[in-house]
Design a protein around this ligand. Structure first.
Ligand code: SF4
Length: 381
């Protein structure tokens, strides 16, 4: 109990959560530094059930990383390759279409498309990936390219990102993933990925996408060199944009994996930090409808526990994940629908398959269609 530590700030936070009031920056830092894990779980679960009841969402998706060749050298990244590295690859149109066909045939509703920023490939190549898949598999929702990639496209073309997003939307883009956010605060960002899009660019691009009617997700890479105040600052910047646009669907805290990165000397984030960050994210992001426990990074066991620490989404069946497995993730490449549903039910929740935009997916034999919107209990604060 908070009262057992006689901490008046934590008691005030408990009152705020109970009465649906917004938490401040200082509240967020105090939760990291002074709240015990069970208190965090209790408070985050209150908000989670207020917004989503007992429902826990998952989707059937496939990942596509069209190239791993990248001009940048983010210190936390084990996925990238140099232009002439034997590890580097660029998928052909045939390989890309084969991956999309495989996804379509197995009933996936979404392709999650992110990759490196190739030294030599033109803007049109990235546009063609989306156009080609959409032409051949229009049923697949294409969640494509992080804000860092959109910023790169602007540098390649000299055209504003708003115009590029509109062009991609016309070609079949469905929404934006939340990657590339890392940690917004320059004290950290300048040390781990100083060259790529800064926080202002990341926020601006998501604002533009929302204004064009594209929904997006948001992430935070934690458990490396950042401090609690940097994480809370990150969450508040996202909360402010969500107040403005309402275009975010899901927040995904991403646990850092150090293997094969420039930060390999750091330990992996602990289970306690994983669950604390999940809970504090749920508490600070009072205007985000969903918080995702991305099992690929957390591991299946921690992701299942996170369903009692604020998370209401387990992500998907995720076939062909490369980015975090290159960094040492020991989770499997794929979870079956049966296994995901079992994990959710064992945690005492009700599994619901969703599409990318949180409509319920209704399966009949080998076919599927979308049904009602799934913001079932309420999306607002
Ligand atoms: S995180 Fe992205 S931008 Fe950074 S090096 Fe890796 S692939 Fe490139």
């Amino acid at each position: 109990m908070i009262s057992s530590v006689q901490d008046s700030r934590l008691a005030a936070i408990r009152d705020k959560v109970a009465t649906n009031q917004r938490l401040s920056f200082d509240d967020g830092v105090a939760l990291y530094e002074r709240a015990d894990l069970f208190t965090l779980g209790e408070l985050a679960n209150l908000v989670r059930e207020r917004k989503n009841g007992q429902f826990t969402y998952y989707n059937v998706n496939t990942h596509l990383n069209p190239t791993n060749v990248c001009v940048y050298r983010c210190t936390f990244c084990a996925f990238r390759a140099d232009l002439k590295s034997p590890k580097g690859y660029v998928m052909s149109d045939e390989q890309i279409l084969a991956r999309a066909a495989e996804a379509d045939q197995r009933g996936a509703t979404e392709l999650h498309i992110v990759g490196g920023l190739h030294h030599q490939l033109p803007y049109e190549w990235y546009l063609n990936v989306v156009r080609l898949i959409h032409q051949h598999h229009p049923r697949l929702h294409l969640k494509a390219y992080t804000a860092v990639e959109w910023d790169w496209f602007e540098r390649l073309t000299g055209r504003p990102t708003r115009e590029l997003l509109a062009e991609f939307k016309e070609a079949g883009l469905g929404s934006l993933p939340g990657g590339g956010a890392e940690i917004f605060h320059p004290e950290v960002r300048d040390r781990i990925c100083e060259h790529k899009a800064d926080s202002d660019a990341w926020i601006r691009i998501h604002r533009e996408a929302h204004q064009l009617g594209l929904r997006s997700n948001a992430t935070m890479l934690y458990g490396h060199i950042e401090e609690p105040r940097h994480r809370v600052d990150h969450l508040i910047r996202l909360r402010e944009l969500q107040d403005e646009t309402g275009g975010f669907q899901t927040f995904i805290p991403l646990a850092f994996h150090p293997d094969h990165t420039g930060l390999a000397h750091l330990p992996r984030p602990s289970g306690v930090l994983d669950l604390k960050t999940m809970a504090i994210s749920r508490l600070m992001l009072d205007n985000f409808p969903h918080i995702k426990a991305y099992w690929v990074m957390l591991g299946i066991k921690t992701a299942q526990l996170a369903l009692s620490f604020g998370a209401d989404d387990l992500d998907g069946t995720v076939v062909h994940e490369k980015i975090y497995h290159d960094a040492g993730s020991d989770s499997p490449q794929e979870l079956s629908v049966v296994e995901i549903r079992r994990l959710i039910e064992e945690a005492g929740r009700i599994p619901v398959e969703r599409d990318t935009l949180y409509h319920e997916v209704i399966r009949e034999e080998h076919n599927w269609r979308t049904g009602r919107a799934l913001h079932l209990v309420g999306t607002g604060r």
